[in-house]
Design a protein around this ligand. Structure first.
Ligand code: GAL
Length: 675
């Protein structure tokens, strides 16, 4: 558990550096990330490197006892490089070249940029790979930020054709997989396939999906190039990349597989403002962020990181980039920091040391104000540094880790597929994944977020948000896990080529679910459908006098026909546990598999998850919408996002508290030793 900070020595007079480093150290900071946007200072003209300033900056930090997280500067190619190779610039979906003058103005498929990136990475890695102060590396900065994963340049199309050839082998195989006979879209050779843009009406969905897959693979290829160079020059130093919050435009599992540390950049208030949350939710959590949003990301990145994941950039005060930019309530910088550690983070690094008085982000807070005085975030970071000592002492050196019993499957292609073929304008996959997660967290569960290919042994409850493409072995692995399994609507509804499966949805999951989705409908935002279920075993406040619970379905309905023959010839019919207002089944169960034919309101989802969790042998505890708990390393943390005090139950003895106490103030944190 370490603290870090993002620092830009090139933005400040050299005379300030020593004092900055000393104050960082005094605050309890141990790691300093530098140089991710410094290419124009490292190589001011082609081939002429100016290392002097960077040598001195690294030496100054090292001399103060700080570890440097050194970055490759490829997120910001300098002007001279763009002028030499204009083909570096990416092309947007409107077919226009995106210009120099901000950042991330490069195309992952540009051969000139690939070569230029190799050269600058080699130069930086050779210079600092073995420097005693350099302890870690970061590749680039936030791959994909500002919609830069997909580019439609000539170079990208060229590489896309080769990618298609490798995937399909023959053009006939592609024509069959995509179904190009529809509207006479058949191709005679891979060279005839263009980028899926500029068409009269929607471009072919399988074409679009493959273009997204290709673009994702290009990110992986580019990152691997950097990783290989860094490993060669800097053996033994872990390599990280800073991913973004709930970012789904490339397959993060694949990119992270080449790294040692998956890190992410956490801006809870900006995220709340920019995401789908209803206006009343945005108002309620305006200055705290949503209690499950950062946690979801912690659990995503923990799952894909070989070493403990980090928060590479932690919001320290108001940001500049959301539509509205509120200030965090006092206490929130501390709470967010502890929440990251409670989910397993190895480092929380604040963005940035000092607010810059110039350029695009001059309104973005730092730990220090532009006139170099500590801001509120700095005091809270210092408090966290002190508290870390207390927690480490309480943990001792035993292995207290509690095995997480609940898994949620999260998939990147699902996002692309539903975006390309939504069928209902607001069918937003990440939202539904977070809503399921939120219901599990509100019941007090720790959750592992896993890819669809992950081993599932040891979990008692596996939750699968809508997952259109299901691998062939998934049903068997779910069955073998012995867990209770919740399957969301639209699961198994497409083949890998984006076609309707021959047996209709749930496709390969029919092995677990003897049913067939024969019709679907999407629902506009102002329309819902009642859902009723027997409230037996469901503790909730919506129980009607007749013992039924009534909630509602939103966004989508799968209309299902029940019953099928098993491999052994028996005819099996699932149990109907909830019905829609018009009598169609809304939730059915077969064996240990539970199928939701819609997306339910939050209270209904939570009530159903609670019931299923009990069937899985777990003990849900309703925490409400503002208090969250996390267990890790023998410690239980409690976070209070709400406006009122929260009191930890009396079965926890007073002397167990390591941070805080039984009564937790609003925006407060407590941690106690698990008995
Ligand atoms: C991140 C980025 C940083 C900075 C920050 C502002 O997306 O990596 O460079 O722009 O946001 O919140």
């Amino acid at each position: 558990m370490r603290l870090g900070v993002c620092y830009y020595p090139e933005h400040w007079p050299e005379a300030m550096w020593q004092d900055d480093a000393a104050r960082m150290k005094a605050l309890g900071i141990e790691q300093v990330r530098i140089a991710e946007f410094a290419w124009s200072r490292i190589e001011p003209t082609p081939g002429e490197y100016d290392w002097g300033w960077l040598d001195r900056a690294i030496d100054t930090l090292g001399a103060a006892g700080l570890q440097v997280v050194m970055c490759t500067p490829t997120a910001t190619p300098p002007k001279w490089l763009i002028d030499l190779h204009p083909d570096i610039l990416p092309v947007g979906a409107d077919g226009r070249v995106r210009a120099f003058g901000s950042r991330r103005h490069y195309d992952f498929s540009s051969p000139s940029y690939f070569e230029a990136s190799k050269k600058i990475c080699e130069a930086v890695a050779a210079r600092y790979g073995k420097h005693p102060a350099v302890a870690y590396w970061q590749t680039d900065n936030e791959y994909g930020c500002h919609q830069t994963v997909v580019s439609y340049s000539a170079a990208a199309v060229q590489r896309f054709r080769a990618w298609l050839k490798a995937r399909y082998g023959s053009i006939d195989a592609l024509n069959t997989a995509w179904g190009t006979v529809f509207w006479s879209m058949e191709y005679r050779s891979f060279d005839e396939v263009d980028a899926p843009i500029g068409t009269v009406t929607e471009a072919h969905p399988s074409h679009r999906l493959d273009y997204r897959r290709f673009a994702s693979d290009e990110v992986q290829r580019y990152n691997r190039m950097q990783v290989d160079i860094l490993r060669a020059h800097s053996p033994g130093r872990p390599i990280a990349h800073n991913f973004m919050q709930l970012f789904t435009e490339f397959d993060h599992y694949k990119v992270a597989a080449d790294l040692d540390v998956a890190t992410w950049d956490s801006y809870p208030l900006g995220a709340l403002e920019e995401q789908w949350y209803a206006p009343e939710v945005k108002a309620r959590f305006l200055r705290t962020g949503h209690p499950d949003f950062a946690s979801f990301n912690h659990d995503v990145y923990r799952g894909m990181s070989k070493l403990p994941f980090w928060v590479m950039e932690q919001q320290p005060g108001p940001v500049n980039w959301a539509h509205w930019n509120p200030a965090p309530l006092p206490g929130m910088v501390r709470l967010w920091s502890w929440e990251a550690f409670a989910h397993g983070a190895g480092c929380v690094s604040y963005f940035r040391w000092r607010q810059a008085p110039f350029a695009q982000e001059q309104m973005h807070a730092g730990l220090n104000t532009p006139d170099n005085r500590p801001d509120i975030g700095a005091a809270e970071a210092a408090r966290v540094a002190e508290e870390i000592e207390a927690v480490l002492a309480a943990q001792g050196d035993g292995d207290f880790d509690v095995k997480t019993r609940v898994a949620l499957v999260f998939d990147y292609e699902a996002k692309w597929l539903f975006e390309i073929h939504p069928q209902g304008a607001d069918f937003h996959y990440p939202r539904f994944a977070v809503e399921y997660y939120s219901a599990l967290r509100a019941l007090g569960f720790d959750v592992d977020i896993v890819p669809v290919h992950a081993p599932l042994d040891g979990y008692q409850l596996v939750v699968v948000p809508p997952l259109p493409v299901v691998p062939d072995d998934f049903a068997q692995r779910l069955a073998d896990s012995g867990a209770q399994v919740v399957i969301g609507p639209r699961t198994g509804s497409k083949t890998v080529d984006l076609q309707i499966p021959g047996n209709l949805p749930p496709g390969p999951l029919a092995a677990l679910l003897p049913l067939r989705v024969w019709r679907v409908e999407s629902m506009r935002p102002n329309v819902t459908e009642p859902v009723r279920f027997d409230a037996d075993g469901v503790a909730d406040d919506k129980r009607a006098a007749n013992g039924t619970h009534e909630g509602h379905a939103r966004h989508w309905r799968d209309l299902i026909e029940l019953g099928a023959h098993t491999a052994h010839g028996d005819y099996v019919v699932p149990e109907v546990r909830a019905t829609f207002g018009d009598g169609h089944p809304a939730y059915v169960k077969s064996g240990a598999t539970h199928y939701f034919a819609s997306l339910f309101d939050d209270a209904t989802t939570e009530a159903l998850f609670a019931r299923i969790a009990r069937e899985a042998g777990l003990a849900p505890r309703a925490l409400g919408d503002a208090v969250r708990t996390s267990r890790r390393g023998g410690i239980t943390w409690v976070f209070n996002y709400g406006p009122r005090e929260h009191v930890v139950p009396a079965d926890i003895p007073d002397e167990a508290f390591v941070i805080g106490a039984r009564t937790i103030e609003p925006q407060g944190v407590a941690a106690y030793r698990a008995s």
